[in-house]
Design a protein around this ligand. Structure first.
Ligand SMILES: Cc1ncc(COP(=O)(O)O)c(C=O)c1O
Length: 368
């Protein structure tokens, strides 16, 4: 189905940068620069300076970035890691793959980890906090950092959805021991496939991640640990280098669209809007997703789709209620309530203001 207002538009996204992307691909292929070459190093350096950290290490996904950070930080079976269930399953998956036990905190009204719910979950086995900067908004890192310091816990930030977002002027992914980013195609900076990155100020952690992503190899011949095949492809890095130049414009555009939704939907009583851009000066949100909470959510979703608006419902089954995962003992009232109410409406930079106004009109019409 062709939507009047699509949620993603990969062909148009590519078309807007076609010449530059084609040239970057051609350069890589014609030189045979396929694995860990200049393009990957350039991208790692650009990310590190953009994020304000010393090191960026390219890996093949944010999921691997999370697993590697937990492993490299010495997390092991028997340890507990506090995170959230209102996230993509990858966050919790990574904790389990590191051998640790996930302990789930509820989220607050802004969909992010509720810092006031953390301390009650800390036990002698707790080793780390893994906050998720969801939908493009950084968690309240002032509170989370204080708790981590008080209890001597590591912080690893799941920043998959928050590249460029800041809290008190500092970028998400630069607060804790490490930040983990995703370049999945639908992300604000998306590759033509999978990609991820670890950001850190720790030379030690950076070195360990470099080993883990490349079979534990140090140099050409020495193997220092059991590792994985998880490098950021050089071809993906070349594409990301091109797209990175557009990132500030895309962030601006997403914030503009969020502003239009905020203005247009403010009076609509049966939807609850996310924080508007600039409403709290500590937060600079990049709106990876524009998520509203809607009365009669499922009917609204159907109505919008039938009228040409592509929407997404993330986690209609909260992750901790997925039977296969064995996490159903957690009671998370907000997470469970939000799973019934959330709906992500289109906010890609390629949308015109008219398309955004159309979505606003359709939502209002539904509730008439
Ligand atoms: C919050 C969050 N964490 C982790 C991931 C995993 O990222 P990747 O697909 O790069 O492994 C995603 C991807 O959607 C995500 O949204």
């Amino acid at each position: 189905m062709v939507y009047k207002v699509p949620f993603v538009n990969y062909p148009l996204h590519y078309k807007n940068m076609e010449k530059e992307i084609d040239a970057a691909i051609k350069e890589v292929l014609s030189r045979g620069d396929l694995i860990m070459r200049r393009q990957m190093l350039d991208f790692e350096n650009s990310m590190a300076s953009f994020l304000g950290v010393k090191y960026g290490i390219g890996v093949n996904s944010c999921t691997d970035a999370l697993i590697f950070c937990l492993m490299a930080a010495g997390i092991k079976p028997g340890d507990e890691v506090i995170t959230v269930a209102h996230t993509f399953v990858a966050t919790i998956e990574a904790v389990v793959h590191s051998g640790a036990t996930p302990v789930l905190a509820d989220v607050g009204e802004d969909f992010n980890m509720d810092a006031d719910k953390i301390e009650q979950l800390i036990t002698p086995r707790t080793r780390a906090i893994l906050p998720v900067h969801f939908n493009g908004r950084v968690c309240d890192m002032e509170k989370i950092m204080k708790i981590a310091e008080k209890h001597n816990l590591i912080i690893i930030e799941d920043s998959a959805q928050a590249l460029g977002a800041t809290f008190s002027g500092k970028k998400g992914g630069s607060f804790g021991l490490a930040g983990c980013f995703s370049f999945y195609p639908a992300k604000i900076l998306g590759a033509a496939g999978d990609g991820g990155l670890v950001s850190t100020d720790s030379a030690d952690l950076a070195e360990k991640i470099r080993f883990l992503r490349d079979h534990g190899r140090k140099g050409k011949d020495e193997v220092v640990c059991y590792g994985f095949t998880s490098r950021l492809d050089n071809l993906q890095a070349a594409i990301l280098n091109v797209k990175f130049r557009y990132l500030p414009g895309w962030i601006k555009r997403r914030r503009h669209i969020a502003g239009l939704y905020d203005k247009g939907l403010k009076g609509t009583k049966r939807v609850k809007l996310p924080p508007s851009p600039g409403s709290d000066r500590r937060y600079f949100d990049i709106y990876q997703n524009y998520v509203i909470r809607a009365d009669k959510r499922d009917e609204l979703a159907l109505y919008l789709k039938e009228n040409g608006v592509e929407i997404i419902i993330s986690n209609p089954i909260p992750v901790h209620h997925q039977k296969a995962l064995g996490l159903s003992h957690f009671r998370l009232p907000n997470t469970e309530q939000f799973a019934k109410e959330v709906i992500s409406i289109p906010n890609i930079p390629e949308l015109t203001d008219e398309q955004v106004q159309y979505v606003i009109r359709e939502i209002k019409d539904f509730y008439k």
